[in-house]
Design a protein around this ligand. Sequence first.
Ligand code: MUC
Ligand code: MG
Length: 367
Amino acid sequence: MKIAHVEAIPFAIPYRKPLRFASGEVHTADHVLVRVRTDDGLVGVAEAPPRPYTYGETQQSIVAVVERIFAPEVVGLSLLDREVMAARLARTVGNPTAKAALDMAVWDALGKSLDLSVTQLLGGYTDRMRVSHMVGFASDEAMVAETERVRDTYGITTFKVKVGRRPVGLDVGACRALRTALGPDVELYVDGNRGWTPSEAARALHDMADLGLTLSEELCPADDVLGRRWLTAQTHIPTVADESAVTPGQVTRELLDGAATMISIKTARTGFGTSQRILHQCEGLGAEVVMGNQIDGQVGTACSVAFGAAHRHSSRRAGELSNFLDMSDDLLTEPLEISGGELAVRPGPGLGIAIDPDKLAHYRTDA
Ligand code: MUC
Ligand code: MG
C-alpha cells in the first residue's frame, strides 16, 4: 500500500469545437495524466487540466512540479497517509491542479486496494448527479442550437451560459435568445469569468431580471472587494465564487466578506481532500455549492461525479459534467455516458475507470 512511483504524462486531444469564455478559450485538451503506482502493483490515475490564464499552470509546469517537487515528497508514503501528503503538498502555495490530480490518483489507488469506490469512501450518498452543460461564446443562433442539441440528445435541462463580453448587451441578448428558445422549464445561470466591472455586472443583471437566472458566477474580479460586496447585496440571484475561492481561506473570505453567497467546487483544482474540506466548511456556514467544471476530460469528469455524488450537500444541484462531449476523443476504455440528463458514478473500485493504453500512446506528447 505504499506509493512507489508517480508519473506525469502530458497528452493532447483536440476539441471538435472550441470553448470560448471571458478569460480564455480552449481548442485542445492539453492535459496531464497523473499515474500513481504502489509497491503491490496497484495503479491510480487522475487528470490535471492546466488553465494558464486563471491559475498560471501550464502542461509543462504541471509535469515539472509533479515529477520534481511533489513525487519525491509522496513516494514511500502509505495510501492511507493522506493528511501527511496534504501537509507536504501544502508547503507549495500554488499549483492547485497538479496537487489535485496527485491527491485524486492516490484516492483511486486506495479505492482499488480496499475494493471500494471513491464515492463509497468519501461518503456514499448517491450514485449519480444531474448534469449542467456549459455554453461558451458564439452567435446567439449557435448558442441556441447547441443547447437544443444537448437537451434533445442527453436530456440536460440546466445550462451555464458564459458571459462577460463587452458591451454587456451582447450577453444579455444571448441569454434572452436562450430563454426564448428553451422556454421557462430550463434552468439558466451565468458565469462571467471576471469579465465585467461591478457596474457592468449590475447593469447586465438588471437587464436580465426577467430571465429567471438562478445563479451568477464570478462576474467581476476578486480584487473588486467592495464592488463584489455591493453587487451581491443588491441582487436576489445567488452569487457564486469560482476562481476567487480556490483554498479554504479564500472561501472564508468570499463568504464572510459578503462577496459571494455560494461556492463552486472543482475537484480539478482541490482534489478530493481539499474539496471535502471546502464542502464541509460551506455546509457548516450554510452556503450552497455547485460542482464546477475546469473543462475536464472524461477522467476529470469521473472524478467530479465521484465526489459530487458522495455527499448530500454537493449532489443537490446539477453538476457541470458534460464538456468532455466537445472533445474529439478521450482516454477511457469505456466512455462516460450521459442519459436522461444524468451521469452515473462508475461502478467498481476506485474511480471505476480504466485508461486505454492505445489511446494514451496515441495522444501522449512526451513519447
Ligand atoms: C468556469 O466555471 O469558469 C473556464 C475556465 C476554467 O478554469 O473553468 C472554466 C469554467
Ligand atoms: Mg466559473
